[in-house]
Every structure is written in C-alpha cells, then in structure tokens.
Design a binder for this molecule. Structure first.
Ligand code: ZN
Length: 442
C-alpha cells in the first residue's frame, strides 16, 4: 500500500499566502536573537522600549505607555525602573562583579546604592545556585524595594573578608509601563492571539525566543489578509497581560484561539500546554499539527503557574489560549540562569517551531463545517475523476471519510481526527469534493 506522506514544504500555503521557512529564515531569526539578546529588559523601562523599537523595524507595532499608578484589576502599574551601571569592587579595588559584562548580575528592580560594606553585610545581598556553581541566576524584586547581585557560586565562595564598594546606578521613579501591539485585520473580526513576554534580560529561550518567533510570524501574516484577524502582544509578563486585559475587557471576547509563545528555541521536544478548558479548538488544532509533523511531542493539561496563559485563562475571561513550547519553563536546567544563552538557543530550532505555528494557523484558517450535498449513499467518485490511480491513497481514503462524516456537524478537523488522516490530506480531498459540488464547506 503506497501512502504519500504530506511533507512540510518550504513554503506554507495559507490560502494564497506563503510563510517562508528555510535557511534565509534561520539567518533572520539568528540575527534578531543576536540583536535583542544583550538588552537589559525588565517589566518597565528603556530596555523594553529599545526592544520594541527594533521589533518595529520588522512589523508596524503600536507602542503603548501606561502610567505608573494605573489601577488594573487587583494590581497597580509599578514605578519605572532603569539602570545604567552596577558593580562590586573588592578590597583591592578590583571590579569583581560587573553589570556591563552580564546584565543578570543585577537583581531586577534594584534600587540605587552607592556604599561600602563588609563582606558579611554584602553576602545578604548576593544570590547564587550552589547546585550549579558556574552559572549566574536570574532574580527580580519588582514589588518589594530591595537590591542585590547575582553571582556564580564559585565566585561567592571565593570572596575574602574586607570592605567592598557597591554601586548600583539605577532609578525607580514614576514613569510608565510600555508594551507593543499589532492587529492584522482579516476577513473576520474574530481574532487569533499570539502573546509573548518582553521583560526578560539576557536569556534566550525564556522568553526571547517567543518574541523573535512572534515578530517573524507577524511579518509573514502581514503579507495577505487571512480569514481571521491576528493580534500580537509584546508585553511584560503578568503585569502586561493584566494591563492589556483591563483595557480590553470587551475586545478580548473577539479572541477565538490563542497561543502564548515562549521557550521555543532549544533543541528539546515539543510540549503543548492546553487551555484551561482543555477541549478548545486551539487544543485540537495544535495536537493535530504536532501529530501530522511526525516529530516527538507531549500534550500537557493546564496548570496555574507558567506564563500569561494564567491571566488569559482566568475565570473572568476563560480565553481559549494554550502554549506551544519546546522545553517547558522551570523544567530545563538552564531556566532563569546565564545558561539560557545563544549556545543553548538556535535559529534552526526557532524556525522549526515557527513552521509548527504556521501549520496550526493553516488548520485554523482552513477548518470548516462539512455538509454533504449528496447525503443519500456514497457519491460516485470515478466519473468525477476522483477515484483513480493518479491520486494518493490517503486522498481517496479522505474522500470516503468526508462523504460519510459530512453531516453538517463535523468540521474538517473533526473528520481528520476521526479518520486519523493528515489535516492537509483531508483538506485537499474536501476542496476536490467541493469543486464537483458534493460538499459545502463552512
Ligand atoms: Zn521567566
């Protein structure tokens, strides 16, 4: 039995739209990762603005500023944090910790400090990971005014008694929270949401890989109008999602499907965290895209920690939003450390994930209710040129499944799953049946 595999082509067809993948896309992803990686981002401040201005060179983002003190549900927009420099000098005057060499050295949102102190006092402000002695951890203190440095455990244990000079040239003042938003209008006002976090400093998988994927996916989707409208959010995690939802309580109802894009650039297998409902169309579409890809994957039930799916799935909104990742946040050793860098994350893995996102979008764009126009027994396919040796077997099998299951209740995706056939094969067969007048789609 000869079965034609539906190979993922170099170009992904979305209606007549092409989503480019391949070496040029890998190059573009690598370049954008490299450009954005060094920036010191946080939940507010100039690092976020600089990041958004670079994204804006690719896609026409709208940049929004929300003032400090704005009430958003149970939260308040915090003060704006900026940092120019931070270091520690040892008793001999040598700079031993330098923010300019690695921005993870500073605890995010550290207040300004300029002092001298004994090692015993300084140690209360130093963070390391004893189990991973050669890497720098990532720490923040957004909602409690504090300061600190993150160092390798090897460095911490090598410090000698004496007086240290500590300088943090930062500011924590009233300002604003900055985020980016892009709406790509489609034929329908119903929306697909892609959301990513722009608040992490120099770490590549969490969450920069998602920012890069979202940018380049948006760039492709801008080329031609789709069935859905696509909304892209580039927001600081948690507070950014809360700010957006507070300002769009009614508008959020237009979101019919969505994905939070993070941790998608390492070599790990794919993981899909389902929406809280667990049976939304996005859950079925992602699972089908994963299955059809023939790559290894796991499907994970929703849980209430993680990224911004927590806010989107909160009971007041209950939006159908999951998260398609590779290694799951918190479950890879490099997570929230200096190990999450550009040796760990590669353009070729982001590109592979981008192709999967494109496939999910292909399914969402093309899924439709199937109603037979010839419901009384099977249609005779031979005279219509549909039942011959020229067609691959999975096409012919798909025709028969469609002829039988197009009862006005099942969609293409339902039938592809019931038949256990690739979505693209069923979709191609459905188009042929529609052309000869046997099927109504939509
Ligand atoms: Zn994180």
């Amino acid at each position: 039995m000869k079965v034609r595999l539906v190979k993922l082509p170099l170009f992904f067809v979305l209606g007549q739209k092409f989503i480019y993948s391949g070496p040029h896309m890998v190059k573009e992803i690598d370049a954008l990762l490299k450009r954005l990686f060094p920036i010191c981002r946080s939940i507010t401040g100039n690092g976020v603005r600089k990041t958004l201005s670079i994204i804006r060179t690719h896609v026409p983002l709208k940049i929004k500023e929300v003032p400090t003190g704005t009430k958003v549900f149970d939260w308040t927009v915090p003060k704006e944090w900026n940092i120019k420099d931070a270091y520690i000098k040892d008793p001999s005057g040598e700079k031993i910790v330098d923010f300019k060499k690695n921005n993870l050295h500073i605890v995010g949102y550290s207040i300004p400090v300029n002092t001298k102190m004994k090692l015993s006092g300084l140690k209360k402000h130093l963070h390391s990971i004893p189990e991973k002695p050669s890497i720098i951890p990532y720490k923040t203190s957004y909602y409690k005014e504090n300061w600190g440095f993150c160092v390798t455990h090897e460095q911490l244990t090598s410090l000698k008694d004496g007086t240290y000079e500590v300088v943090i040239d930062s500011s924590l003042k009233d300002g604003s929270l900055t985020y980016g938003e892009l709406l790509i209008p489609g034929k329908s006002k119903d929306e697909v949401l892609i959301s990513c976090g722009i608040c992490h400093p120099s770490m590549a998988n969490d969450s920069l890989s998602g920012v890069v994927l979202a940018t380049l996916l948006a760039k492709e989707l801008l080329k031609k109008k789709g069935r859905y409208s696509y909304r892209f959010l580039f927001i600081p995690e948690t507070i950014g999602a809360i700010v957006w939802l507070a300002g769009n309580k009614t508008g959020a109802k237009r979101i019919k499907h969505g994905l939070v894009a993070t941790c998608l650039g390492d070599s790990g297998q794919f993981n899909y965290k389902k929406s809280r409902a667990g049976n939304a169309s996005i859950d079925t579409a992602v699972e089908k895209a994963l299955k059809d890809s023939k790559m290894p994957y796991s499907i994970l039930d929703y849980w209430p920690t993680g990224s911004d799916e927590r806010q989107f799935n909160s009971p007041g909104f209950s939006l159908p939003i999951g998260s398609l990742m590779r290694s799951v946040y918190g479950h890879f050793p490099e997570y929230h450390t200096s190990g999450d860098n550009l040796d760990f994350v590669k353009g070729k893995y982001v590109e592979e994930t981008l192709r999967l996102y494109a496939e999910v979008i292909f399914i969402l764009e093309n899924d439709a209710l199937c109603t037979s126009r010839n419901p009384f027994c099977e249609p005779q396919l031979g005279p219509r040129g549909l039942y011959d040796d020229h067609h691959p077997e999975e096409f012919v099998i798909s025709l028969l499944w469609l002829a039988n299951y197009s009862d006005g209740k099942n969609t293409l995706l339902d039938i592809a799953n019931i038949a256990d056939q690739p979505f693209r094969a069923v979709q191609a067969a459905a188009e042929s049946l529609e052309k000869v007048g046997f099927l109504r789609l939509g």
